[in-house]
Ligand binder design. Structure first.
Ligand SMILES: [Zn+2]
Length: 360
């Protein structure tokens, strides 16, 4: 039993470090999502007001969750993470109420779930931006249907795949019944157009669609007034050249930063794992830099986190490149079981890499 508890605690710490590195903050809900104890689809439906509370959709026994939450609380305390309270408002039409996580509205648990954590060394400017982000009134969300058909629960109109559907509480409505059918659909693709149209539109909604393969919602565009689109178009025309130049400058700058980051990270990896072949160190570094858009190495996250992030990246690389992990998954072996069966192989490679070239 004690070994299992140890494994669970390690999983919590790994997941928390990973979320913090990639998202720039970590919260209990993000942690549960990362640990695959809470499906993103359920979080969406809860935010839309379809579920009264989130707790029943969290998987895992009471004991497992208690250990998870305790470990998380300890971890943020040890890392001196900065707490930020999130307001957690729903994305349905009635945005005046706050979402409830627990069935019995337990004040301590509600506070626990509302508290997000930023890295200890976050700058005041980033902290202010994060506070704003976690407390802004969410956009109205319209779903682009992936089901073959559904009927509007108010007028009975038949809707088919690709149609827009609005959820009001537990009800599915067509756009006309939701009073959104005067808006026009502006597909994603031009960030400036989307941002400006939304700004000019007195009423707007974000359109998302469920991607079945990736098991997550993806943004498809916005619903805005025709007038707002025209206004945005006019604005984009006037400063198109300037924005194109800015984009080009930004791309060059990012590339330069990425290159520098990859070099630095390869060096860090080789310092900590002198036995790692240089080519592989570079591969790990460029993968990590690309994936986290550089957050892991560049940012704000402290030295300790960096060591942890490097360790996670190295272990992930070993798992895929030096063990039969991928084949096990292909054969349908469960993730946890597959990880257990290759754990000693990973340890072996890590030990060799840590020891340096003499022992190879
Ligand atoms: Zn209707």
């Amino acid at each position: 039993m004690s070994i299992k508890v140890g494994q669970l605690k390690q999983r919590v710490v790994d997941a928390a470090a990973c979320v913090l590195a990639v998202k720039g903050y970590v919260s209990p809900i993000e942690l549960l999502k990362q640990m695959r104890l809470l499906p993103e689809t359920d979080v969406r439906l809860w935010e839309k007001g379809v579920y009264d509370c989130l707790q029943p959709h969290v998987q895992g026994s009471q004991k497992k969750l208690a250990i998870t939450f305790d470990t998380f609380t300890e971890w943020v305390k040890e890392g001196k993470c900065v707490p930020v309270t999130a307001s957690m408002r729903g994305s349905g039409r009635d945005q005046s109420y706050e979402l409830r996580v627990t069935a019995d509205a337990d004040p301590d648990m509600e506070r626990f779930f509302r508290t997000c954590y930023a890295p200890a060394d976050i700058t005041p400017r980033r902290l202010a931006a994060l506070k704003k982000k976690l407390n802004k009134v969410p956009d109205l969300v319209v779903f682009m249907m992936v089901r073959d058909s559904a009927a509007c629960e108010e007028c009975g109109e038949e809707m088919t795949r690709g149609d827009f559907l609005f959820r009001e509480g537990k009800k599915c409505l067509c756009l006309r019944c939701a009073d959104l059918d005067h808006l026009e659909f502006l597909p994603s693709g031009d960030a400036a157009m989307s941002r400006r149209s939304k700004k000019h539109s007195p009423l707007s909604a974000v359109v998302v669609q469920f991607n079945r393969r990736r098991k997550r919602y993806e943004r498809r565009g916005v619903l805005v007034t025709a007038k707002a689109i025209a206004q945005a178009e006019a604005e984009c025309l006037t400063d198109a050249d300037r924005r194109a130049a800015q984009r080009a400058r930004g791309a060059v700058q990012r590339e330069r930063e990425d290159e520098k980051l990859v070099a630095e990270m390869s060096e860090t990896i080789l310092e900590q794992y002198p036995g790692c072949p240089a080519g592989e160190a570079r591969e790990i570094a460029s993968h990590t830099a690309r994936r986290g858009r550089g957050r892991v190495g560049r940012s704000a996250a402290g030295r300790e986190l960096q060591t942890e992030a490097v360790r996670l990246a190295v272990v992930a690389h070993i798992r895929h490149a030096h063990t039969p992990y991928d084949e096990l998954l292909m054969r349908g072996v469960e993730r946890d079981a597959a990880r257990r069966s290759i754990a000693s192989e990973i340890k072996g490679v890590v030990a060799t890499w840590r020891a340096g070239p003499d022992l190879c």
